[in-house]
Design a protein around this ligand. Structure first.
Ligand SMILES: *Cc1c(COP(=O)(O)O)cnc(C)c1O
Length: 445
């Protein structure tokens, strides 16, 4: 009823504004169409799949990592039933939800202990609050990062109740700068991986190993906000600048935090690995109750992590598969897509040219800011400045499709398309062009 009233209200306003007359029949039709449109929106939901043709592998606006079928299988299998989330099956007593992934995470990273919270921001908050509330945390000025606007180290520091002590300068920080700032109040030495920017030129940043020796010498824990959380070494594919989690653990850092839905390719989560006594202290912090993860996340993360142990993650995990795809295979897939598009779309006068093109893809998600990956895809040129209209129709399509625009052309990168989406791209473009044609024909009536 509300939907009908709302639709009639909108039409009434339109009619008043346009001062057009309409027959009873036309009005009824308009109301029916408006109601159907709204109901369609309800049934389809607002959160929906999107075909990512941008070539940006980790796009926070597009939900970061698509999950692997293996991860989804675990979610369906656990969440469709009651489960042992907090039940110790061996004793029949209350168990801990944090127990489930610990063995997997310690085995994969080499750390002594592990804990999973809602996201990496929560992990950093929990660490700072547990070890440094009301005390001091020393950080290099070159690492006071902001990630995606909502996460700023100084702000998180404030929320945690820790006092920030900045040392060094934007471009140069030495171990001696940390040493000079040490005091009775120092609770933590903090390092953040500067994942979304790079300071180049005349620079010196304190290395993690240097920080760890300093921490050992003065018996102060070292915490590292690693950000991306790479478990699978991507250096053979040219992505060498970011350290793996395993490498960071082996430096001896006490607490390391990273995201579950960036380079790891899992669900949104904050993963904390490190020395047992510190992880145990974090588990005892009341704040953890507010940051705790749900069974869906734990299931999806377990399914994702298992792929790292039992199979080749570059074949199982979509994000890793996309990042390790070779230029040869991308070009080959682009040719197939291009041929299909030519076969289906050339009947539209709006389409001027369709061709395979090389393009620059990106890792995204704040990782590898200046690293472009050689990619391939299809470029489409439209007549009469129709590019914008087609782009919009694709974005509003079902499913929605996001493309790239460059030099007046539409670019569709093949890297970020899931295999089953390649044929869908043909269909979606077909639909968009057909609806544009129909709209043009109507306007000419
Ligand atoms: C992405 C990122 C964060 C925030 O992680 P979320 O999982 O999005 O909360 C924090 N620190 C660094 C260095 C990051 O790269």
């Amino acid at each position: 009823m509300d939907v009908i009233r709302h639709s009639v209200g909108i039409l009434r306003k339109q009619l008043r504004g346009d001062s057009v007359s309409a027959t009873k029949e036309e009005l009824l039709q308009a109301v029916v169409a408006a109601v159907a449109g709204q109901m369609h929106g309800f049934y389809r939901g607002t959160l929906q799949p999107v075909v990512n043709g941008t070539g940006v592998v980790l796009h926070t606006n597009m939900g970061r990592a698509p999950l692997s079928p293996g991860a989804l299988e675990v979610v369906v299998n656990t969440a469709s039933y009651y489960n042992n989330l907090e039940l110790d099956l061996a004793t029949g007593e209350r168990g801990s939800r944090y127990w489930h992934l610990e063995a997997l995470l310690t085995r994969l990273t080499g750390a002594e202990a592990a804990l999973v919270v809602n996201n990496n921001a929560a992990a950093v908050l929990l660490g700072l609050n547990t070890f440094a509330q009301g005390r001091e945390v020393i950080v290099s000025r070159g690492q006071l990062v902001e990630i995606g606007g909502a996460f700023r180290i100084p702000e998180v520091m404030k929320s945690s109740g820790a006092r920030l002590v900045e040392v060094g300068t934007t471009n140069k920080t030495y171990p001696a700068d940390f040493e000079k700032a040490l005091s009775e109040e120092t609770a933590l030495l903090f390092a953040a991986h500067t994942s979304n920017y790079k300071i180049v030129g005349f620079t010196r940043e304190i290395g993690l190993s240097e920080l760890v020796s300093l921490g050992k010498k003065h018996d102060i824990p070292v915490m590292l906000d690693l950000g991306s959380g790479i478990l699978f070494d991507l250096s053979p594919w040219g992505l060498k600048e970011e350290p793996t989690v395993q490498a960071s653990v082996s430096t001896g850092a006490d607490i390391i935090t990273f995201s579950g839905d960036k380079m790891l390719g899992g669900p949104q989560a904050g993963i904390i690995v490190g020395k047992k006594k510190y992880i145990e202290a974090m588990k005892r912090n009341q704040l953890l109750r507010a940051l705790r993860v749900d069974k869906l996340i734990l299931s999806a993360l377990e399914g994702t992590l298992r792929a790292y142990l039992t199979t080749a993650p570059d074949q199982q995990i979509p994000v890793i598969r996309m990042l390790t795809a070779t230029a040869v295979s991308l070009e080959k897939r682009s040719r197939v897509l291009c041929d299909r598009l030519i076969a289906v779309l050339t009947r539209y006068p709006a389409v001027e040219r369709i061709a395979v093109t090389d393009l620059e893809d990106m890792v995204g998600g704040g990782a590898y800011p200046d690293h472009q990956i050689q990619g391939f895809g299809v470029e489409i040129q439209f007549r009469e400045r129709l590019l914008e209209k087609v782009t919009r129709r694709l974005r509003m399509g079902n499913p929605a499709m996001i493309t790239r625009t460059q030099d007046g052309k539409m670019l569709i990168s093949i890297r970020t398309l899931l295999p089953e989406q390649e044929e869908q791209v043909v269909h979606l473009l077909d639909q968009a062009l057909e609806s544009l044609d129909a709209a043009a024909a109507k306007a000419n009536e």
